[in-house]
Design a protein around this ligand. Structure first.
Ligand SMILES: Cc1cc2nc3c(=O)[nH]c(=O)nc-3n(C[C@H](O)[C@H](O)[C@H](O)COP(=O)(O)OP(=O)(O)OC[C@H]3O[C@@H](n4cnc5c(N)ncnc54)[C@H](O)[C@@H]3O)c2cc1C
Length: 286
């Protein structure tokens, strides 16, 4: 197995594209090294992207925020402007693992590991985040919800690397939130999770919303029916009940020792309601 630590994204994409056999990006390594040491993968080449300057920082842009793909999640929580604009995204990123994991893990690694239970992904999807991809054929931008195609699978083509995640500038009176259910207080994988982002119009009426659910399908689910259930409302009890019902209807969870289908389905509705209430309050609603 070879290891490379290029200084540019073009070089990284070139190395990944021309290697015969398995060539993988190494970011924080908190998923990759576990799989490597467990004998689950035997890559021919690891391309460490942590030395690429364009991937190392969180920047505020005219359009919003750009989070370099090698930025450890802890640094997201230390960025006051990002935390203020996107508290739900930052909370989700900061829920991953322990302090030690936080110092290494990235939201792009969380996304590209392609677990349906990845904590940062529902929050990113709800926020309308996009992935800036660089590959042998140039650059493209894709919605975060289009990156993962199934457990362990992404839509990235050979040689493609995500350079950054971009978040829009939240419109005035917007708020987001992320909640997960785990059977203990931390260091566990979400049994169910929900991310909600919403924007208020006059008099506290919701004019735009996005709702995403984790661990209740093969990929994180964007649920437009759940968003429709609360748009036009002041998040009253009826709207919350409709939101929960739409979330339950969208769930296609597996049954395993961590949660039954019935449990995951019901909790998805409960978490979406609670996350919506937090997002509403953050947006300046009552
Ligand atoms: C003790 C422990 C606790 C954990 N707790 C949680 C938790 O609470 N919640 C949670 O969601 N996860 C958890 N995880 C899983 C893991 O920490 C996260 O998924 C983390 O965000 C992965 O990021 P990374 O940078 O370490 O990714 P890596 O391990 O470096 O990479 C993961 C995958 O993404 C690919 N990849 C990475 N960067 C790029 C890129 N720029 N372009 C294309 N592909 C890329 C890699 O090739 C690999 O396939 C935990 C792991 C451990 C070991």
């Amino acid at each position: 197995m070879r290891y490379a630590a290029p200084k540019t994204i073009k070089e990284a994409a070139g190395l990944l594209a021309k290697t015969k056999g398995q060539a993988l990006v190494l970011a924080g390594g908190t998923d990759l090294l576990v799989r490597l040491k467990g004998g689950m993968i035997e890559p021919d080449l690891l391309v460490d992207v942590k030395r690429i300057p364009s991937m190392q920082s969180v920047t505020r842009t005219a359009a919003g925020f750009r989070i370099g793909a090698a930025v450890p999640c802890v640094a997201m929580g230390e960025n006051a402007a990002l935390k203020k604009a996107w508290p739900g995204v930052v909370e989700a990123a900061n829920l991953i693992g322990s302090d030690q994991i936080q110092g290494r893990c990235t939201v792009v690694g969380n996304l590209c590991n392609a677990s349906p239970a990845a904590d940062s992904v529902p929050a990113l999807v709800a926020a309308g985040a996009k992935a800036a991809v660089v590959g042998p054929k140039g650059r493209r931008t894709i919605a975060v919800e289009d990156v993962v195609t199934g457990p362990g699978k992404t839509s990235l083509k050979k040689g493609e690397v995500i350079e950054a995640i971009t978040l829009p500038k939240p419109p005035p009176k917007s708020g987001d939130a992320y909640l997960r259910f785990i059977p203990r207080t931390e260091m566990d994988i979400a049994v169910v999770s929900a991310g909600v982002c919403l924007t208020l119009g006059p008099k506290g009426v919701i004019k735009k919303a996005r709702v995403a659910l984790g661990a209740v399908g093969p990929t994180v689910l964007l649920v437009p029916d759940a968003a429709d259930a609360i748009v036009g409302s002041k998040l009253d009890d009826a709207a919350l009940a409709n939101l929960a019902a739409a979330c339950e209807a969208a769930c296609k969870p597996i049954d395993d020792k961590r949660g039954t289908i019935e449990f995951r389905t019901e909790v998805a509705g409960v978490l979406a309601r609670r996350a919506a209430a937090i997002a509403y309050q953050r947006a300046g609603g009552a």
